[in-house]
Design a protein around this ligand. Sequence first.
Ligand code: GLG
Length: 831
Amino acid sequence: VEASIPEPQREAWTRNKFQGFQNKDEFEKEVVRHVETTLARSMFNCDETAAYSATSLALRDRLILEWNKTQQRQTYRDSKRIYYLSLEFLMGRALDNAMLNIGAKSVAKDGLNELGFRIEDIIGQEHDAALGNGGLGRLAACFLDSLASLNFPAWGYGLRYRYGIFKQEIIDGYQVEVPDYWLDFNPWEFPRHDVTVDIQFGGYVRKGQDENGKTIAHWEGGEIVQAVAYDVPTPGYDTPTTNNLRLWSSKAASGEFDFQKFNSGDYESSVADQQRAETISAVLYPNDNLDRGKELRLKQQYFWVAASLYDIVRRFKKSKRAWSEFPDQIAIQLNDTHPTLAVVELQRILVDIEGLDWDDAWKIVTTTFGYTNHTVLPEALEKWPVTLVQKLLPRHLQIIYDVNLFFLQSVEKKFPNDRDLLSRVSIIEESQPKMVRMAYLAIVGSHKVNGVAELHSDLLQTTLFKDFVTIFGADKFTNVTNGVTPRRWLHQANPRLSELIASKIGGHGFLKDLTALNKIEQFVDDKAFRKEWAEIKYANKVRLAKYIKSTLDLNVNPSALFDVQVKRIHEYKRQQLNIFGAIHRYLTLKAMSPEERKKQQPRVSIYGGKAAPGYWMAKQIIHLINSVGAVVNKDPDIGDLLKVIFLEDYNVSKAEMIIPASDISEHISTAGTEGSGTSNMKFVLNGGLIIGTCDGANIEITREIGQENIFLFGNLSEDVEDLRHAHTYGTHTIDPNLTKVFEAIQSGTFGEANDFNALISAVRDHGDYYLVSDDFQSYIDTQNMIDTEYRNQEEWVTKSIRSVARMGFFSSDRCINEYAEVIWNAEPLAV
Ligand code: GLG
């Protein structure tokens, strides 16, 4: 069917072109129209939820126009496109971000005011889009913002989970998980019921022949599930470019019901089939840095990857170019190993469906893909049982075996008679049961492999992927240090600081070129500037204190030092070190005379983060923090000197409030374990100082801001192995101060004496894998130093200003430009 409007009628379309609101009056008109028609309500029953919905719809209309134009422009210019495949996109709220990016916030603010609403209340109505666990998913969201802001033709591809990351409730000090049903009303997505892909699972492979007598594989039988596209417009900052995030949702291929079954009276089982299909995109796996090897997870991965590749290939084929041009037109980035099956799927499409020779196809595949690794933790490295892959994806398993065979043959040729090497690098691990090593498959199937911070990339090349460096050469391996978007993490989260900076350095240009922040360093001695700088931090702390009061009914003093650790709860991130340190502080204060106490620096120790539901130790840590808080916070000897606060349900929108309110934040992972960390960058960008180990991006932050502006402590990555070895084979003595902390816990100071035995045993009896005891004294000393330095507020403000001024490197814009140059070989599209 020819859907386009014939030439003579197009004039009427152009004449009636919808422009979206252009000023306050038109904005109000649009909001009222949406309230009265789209929502079928009126001024007599327009609550904040309705006002939020209507405001979003008015904004969305504007976005959609630019989004359409962007897509047309990108199709017309037909330049190289970037596809970012990520199982997680932790987008957070969209309204505020959209208003700021398209420059409509002040119009909306005034308009809403006239209509009887405060913009902050309206923004606060939105439910976070929480389709991710932590850093990996939030990085993908920052990347989308940068890709659009820099005008790259880029799409994100992910899954449209019905349930995102669970909501965390704290009941009696324990984490309880509540499902996060976020799709009730989501104005930011567009269902594309006409964009569907049938996805096959199971069945068998039949060998056949094509017209030329060449053998080809036919994958037949099994079940079909349908993928439906949902599009989310992602606007760039201060540019018309609005890119697309396409999320796939699963449903039964036969439509609503199996009519055969339905008509024969078997209603229940026809509905069951439908529900089984919908299960695929139903829920985000809530594990961060942990692979659980669940069958449904593998189904999710293939479902998403196959739908995305079908879409990408379909778009490419429209251009009628030769297959050899595929890698000139398309770069696909694998966000971790989760989408690695895409490598196999593209090879399958090219060989089985498009009839290319194996070697030609494989060249195209490997030139197209790049792979980003985010962690060296062994428990996070994905492996799938060969038997499971055989059952769900029989043809893909054959291809994996062939890829492995040709790869191992090439290794054998280069390094003859090294059987050990062959078994070390084989994509198939010869274990019981046999496993497919996804990271190795990703390396072999990509032209570039990168880590996310310098130390992390070095460790990859010297440990985990050492053999592959020998085989492929060092050029294949590179580093792209993570970054964060200054739009959300400075301009949106901390509007007053953003304005102050803009007022000093001639506008908001730094939001597009963050290195321009260095211009504020010349004002470091400017009295008025310093004063306002300090006032903004204080105001942000007051806001957080109010939030603590309203949610926990606890009073905290905004003048106290706010010490924050918010991130996923994980033993390697060492929230246990933090809380042991807080207990030590408590015991020390208790032992002091009242006069001595008066001289101490008051501190609020703030924690937040989710534990994976099956991660028992992480849940113990949450329980300990809450148990300590319950005692300390009501101890009259202590008063304001120490408060221990656990903030429930840490997420992106809460991060936007918490991060600007921090004086010191903690990034204290065991050296060599954190890939990069990205909240460390956000905290410093907002004028908070950090205490950290020599790990992840902390090292580069130190290099940029100067070691006088950061509090580093603890053992170095190169000493970790020896220390662990000594714990296991030598005599392992526990730090005496830490021993006192353990004794306090086990004497029942914080509730049931035996509740926390596992946390203590891990350090004392089971080898202290995370080096909590080894780093304890250094941690305590550094915290004491922080107390002292905080009392010198003048010096503290100087450090804060200088640090922010030197954070330009950590913009995700810099990061995306590096990917584009070194990995994607792609360029922005002028608008
Ligand atoms: C990983 C790592 C983090 C890293 C993030 C983004 O653990 O250190 O900053 O990816 O690269 N799972 C993660 O969050």
